[in-house]
Design a binder for this molecule. Structure first.
Ligand code: NAD
Length: 359
């Protein structure tokens, strides 16, 4: 099997905690050639720890190399469109972190750029690659749960989430300073930080596109200027309901809490972190506990599967394991939730189309 040569752009939190370790695990298929970051120390650390040949402070220099087959983009969403379009024009296959972009129009531009250049584009909705979610999807596909009527995902995180990097200083944000993830100049808050995962999963499990969203949001914590508390209800076109409640700014030692519940007309599936993380399925034949899988949130094997399957698709000239259209639809849902929470009214997905839904 041909080993693929990779470049990684944005050596911050998710790159160091998930993508670079996954690439090291996949070293028989991937050779990390170069990384790029505007912060020298983060890029140098990636070179030393993960064996890249070199690093660049300008990602465009990385794209100029003709010995790189694909790039893995791990920068914040406001940079994704510019970097994905540039990578496509440079003829590289592209794996890009979620959320896909800052707007639906940007997402469409990214899909078009990849199509025009004949390169693969995949957005890293990592939760699609976890054992529990894949098992849940298989249970639905096998008809164990029947017609899905409700998908609920609740997620509560402590304030530590906002101890991220500051693009202006380039350093880990000391207490009291505001990182990009909490700054409206760069992002839209919980809707894009994590609800975009929940939106994607709800749409996947419901097996339908959404018709509309009604959302409420609040700023719950200090030192945050984006909504860090979001609650919403989605009406799917097939009649299913999606619901979620996401809080990212609970007291510092608050334990991560994450729960999924799906019920249909024949059964249900539910899972919860933390504790023993039991996973159970009930259907007409009774209850079963198939497994105690890893946590729903951030787990290593999801990234190994995400990057490994992406690479296999390039090697076999097959479609990507996750179509960028799914990420585009999840982004449209997240931005509809932002619009609904700001306007106080139900927002229809047709309103989120770049042409205003005229088509
Ligand atoms: N899949 C998941 O579950 C998951 C989890 C965490 C983060 N993410 C996503 O990953 C992305 C990055 O998040 P993060 O937490 O790692 O952020 P981060 O701030 O920790 O890292 C971003 C990195 O990009 C670098 N950067 C900024 N501008 C750049 C530029 N012009 N060129 C090159 N590098 C540049 C920064 O210096 C920093 O090192 C976001 O889109 C985020 O939503 C996904």
């Amino acid at each position: 099997m041909t080993k693929l040569r990779a470049g990684l752009i944005g050596t911050g939190t998710i790159a160091h905690s998930a993508h670079l370790p996954a690439m090291r695990y996949l070293r028989h298929d991937i050779e990390l050639v170069a990384v790029a970051d505007i912060r020298a120390e983060a890029a140098e650390a990636a070179v030393h720890e993960y064996g890249a040949e070199t690093w660049y402070s300008d990602y465009r220099e990385l794209l100029e190399r003709d010995d790189i087959d694909f790039v893995d983009i791990c920068t914040p969403e406001f940079l994704h469109c510019e970097q994905v379009v540039a990578a496509a024009k440079a003829g590289k296959h592209i794996l890009c972190e979620k959320p896909m972009a800052a707007s639906v129009a940007e997402a469409d531009e990214m899909i078009k750029a990849a199509r025009d250049a004949g390169v693969m584009l995949m957005i890293g909705h990592s939760r699609r690659f976890t054992d529990r979610y894949r098992n849940t999807w298989a249970a639905i596909a096998e008809g164990q749960i029947g017609n899905v009527q409700l998908v609920r995902e609740n997620e509560r995180r402590p304030v530590a989430m906002y101890s991220a990097l500051d693009l202006n200083t380039g350093y880990w944000t000391p207490d009291g300073e505001r990182p990009w993830i909490a700054d409206p100049e760069y992002t839209r808050g919980a809707a894009l930080t994590n609800a975009v995962h929940e939106m994607d999963l709800a749409r996947w499990f419901a097996g339908s596109d959404a018709d509309s969203v009604q959302a409420e949001s609040r700023i719950a914590g200090e030192n945050v200027e984006v909504a860090d508390f979001l609650s919403y209800t989605i009406s799917f076109k097939n009649g299913a309901i999606g619901a979620a409640e996401i809080v990212n700014n609970l007291p510092r030692a608050y334990p991560y809490f994450h729960m999924l519940e799906i019920f249909g007309d024949k059964g249900y599936a539910k899972a919860q972190d933390p504790a023993q993380s039991p996973y159970e399925i009930w259907r007409e034949s009774g209850m079963s506990f198939p497994a105690n899988f890893d946590q729903l949130l951030h787990i290593d094997n999801a990234y190994i599967r995400e990057i490994g399957w992406f690479v296999r698709a390039i090697q076999f000239d097959a479609p990507p394991p996750l179509d960028p259209w799914d990420a585009r639809q999840a982004l449209a849902l997240s931005l509809a939730a932002v619009k609904s929470s700001e306007s106080g009214r139900r927002v229809y997905l047709s309103e989120m189309e770049p042409d205003g839904g005229a088509a």
